[in-house]
Design a protein around this ligand. Structure first.
Ligand SMILES: CC(C)(COP(=O)(O)OP(=O)(O)OC[C@H]1O[C@@H](n2cnc3c(N)ncnc32)[C@H](O)[C@@H]1OP(=O)(O)O)[C@@H](O)C(=O)NCCC(=O)NCCS
Length: 157
């Protein structure tokens, strides 16, 4: 198994809490838009979250008072490959807050949520070119055992 260092404690005063309201989601927008720049504004982000909520999508955020400093989007799913699993759609720490343990804390919390919801695995995709994120995930004990392929089915996808 890879090195499973315990997550560093989040900075004091940081609280992990789901975004539960429209205002919470708006507070997440400046951070999620750093990972998903194709989202044009907070309204579109809120609409997309509402649409995906039907498929179980939820947003866990790290809060420094009323300010969001890191965001994770995830859902619990089931398929024949993994059984029941927690899939991490999105994970991003605000530029300027990176390298302080927030990403590790969110991953640790997501793992606990997965265990509590009877998931066998935590699964995520990352771009092959995202070497920083790949190093981070390996450091956090995720196994790089899956190779993903994609094929655009419409122009520009
Ligand atoms: C990857 C990411 C979520 C990690 O969050 P974080 O809060 O910085 O994570 P931690 O502080 O717990 O761990 C820091 C580790 O993240 C990695 N990292 C990746 N990008 C980094 C950055 N810009 N600054 C600092 N660390 C970064 C490093 O490996 C670092 O490990 P090190 O401390 O041994 O150098 C965050 O850097 C990020 O948002 N990156 C841009 C968005 C992204 O690529 N998300 C993943 C999509 S799959």
């Amino acid at each position: 198994m890879s090195d499973q260092r315990p997550a560093p404690p989040p900075q004091s005063g940081i609280v992990l809490r789901h975004a539960a309201s429209h205002d919470d989601l708006s507070a997440c927008f400046p951070v999620i838009s750093q990972l998903r720049p194709n989202l044009k504004d907070a309204a579109e982000w809120g609409d997309r979250v509402s649409a995906m909520a039907g498929a179980g999508y939820r947003v866990l955020a790290a809060w420094d008072g009323g300010r969001v400093v890191a965001v994770a989007g995830y859902r619990v799913m089931e398929n024949l490959i993994h059984g029941r699993f927690l899939y991490v759609d999105d994970l991003v720490t605000a530029d300027g807050s990176r390298g302080h343990g927030l990403g590790a804390s969110l991953l640790k919390e997501l793992s606990m949520i997965g265990v509590n919801q009877n998931c066998r695995r935590l699964v995520l995709d990352t771009a092959a070119a995202n070497t920083n994120a790949r190093r981070f995930y390996a450091r956090e004990g995720l196994l790089g055992v899956i190779v993903g392929f994609m094929k655009p089915l419409v122009e520009g996808a």
